[in-house]
Design a protein around this ligand. Sequence first.
Ligand code: SF4
Length: 381
Amino acid sequence: MAIPFFQKARIGAYVLRQHLAGRQRYPLVLMLEPLFRCNLACAGCGKIDYPENILDRRLSVGECLDAVDDCGAPVVSIAGGEPLLHKEIDAIVAGIVERRKFVYLCTNALLLQKRLRLFEPSRYFVWSVHLDGDREMHDRSVCEEGVYTRAAAAIAAAKARGFRVNINCTLFNDANAERVAQFFDEAHSLGVDGITVSPGYAYERAPDQAHFLTRTNTKRLFRDILRRGRGSRAWSFSQSSLFLDFLAGNQEYRCTPWGNPTRNVFGWQRPCYLLGEGYASSFRELMDETDWDAYGTGNYEKCANCMVHSGYEATAVIDAVRHPIKALKVGALGVRTDGPMAPEISLSSQRPAEFTFSSNVERELAKIRVTERRTEPSTSA
Ligand code: SF4
């Protein structure tokens, strides 16, 4: 089972507690990015084009654990950048596990075998290895030969040491349903416990803008893939059945950007993991002072094609807790892959995109310079 019963029960109980407390907005997964630096340069990445002194920044262990405590989400996904480049990543993971939060450490796995001895298997800890398809698909996606082979070897090494290992797979518009289905079979033969799959988000700074999926194409692609796997039942997904149902066009969901709040070296990112349109200095400020209604498909041009798990998985989980019979039915019978799709959200009233990336970076660079000046040793003495 990709998500053990113990974990499902803990998360379900957390969601239920939020509902009973009457909370309208609450986090489910903290997206923690302790650094942006990576040892790959993937064409679809929206993180690695920052200036050098931003790429050199790291969140400290204390900053990471404060973010975990302030946010309170039951799950923490550590992303980046490549988290294994952070010298204290083992202490960050250990601190989160100690708090009995479920940690998913997302990695391209190039350093996984080297760093494996720093970590201990735990029911709270999962390696989430980035694999965008079979050998050819993945190496093309990450723009480097041989990465798939190294990731597969790292998965085997982690499994041999008793770790839970998932893969996270991002699909673009060149994905071929038959090949993706074969790859999901192959992933299980590599020994992975679960698959997380999502369409890519068209980051405005991603070097390759031509290969992102539209919502209509995403739904068609996922129907074509899931049809080849008995409506998803042939594979072990580390995702809710209703999120897969949404990807196949059967649910009319709105995103839940506060469900996956993001803490990175700039602060708390507004409004979501995918869009960096400003930063709050605290989790409370993020939740209380973000104009949430200004975002989401139908509200904002940059959200028009988004169906990404960091925006919609929380919506699906909350729906599953509210409508458990519906979720169980999809889980047991599989995702419907034919028939009419749920109505699409109208884009007629969406506000135009604002391109804030450069001004955000400039502002953050200015802050870094001030901090650096303050911490420089005085030369006047
Ligand atoms: S639709 Fe929601 S999750 Fe997607 S980019 Fe917009 S605000 Fe973020």
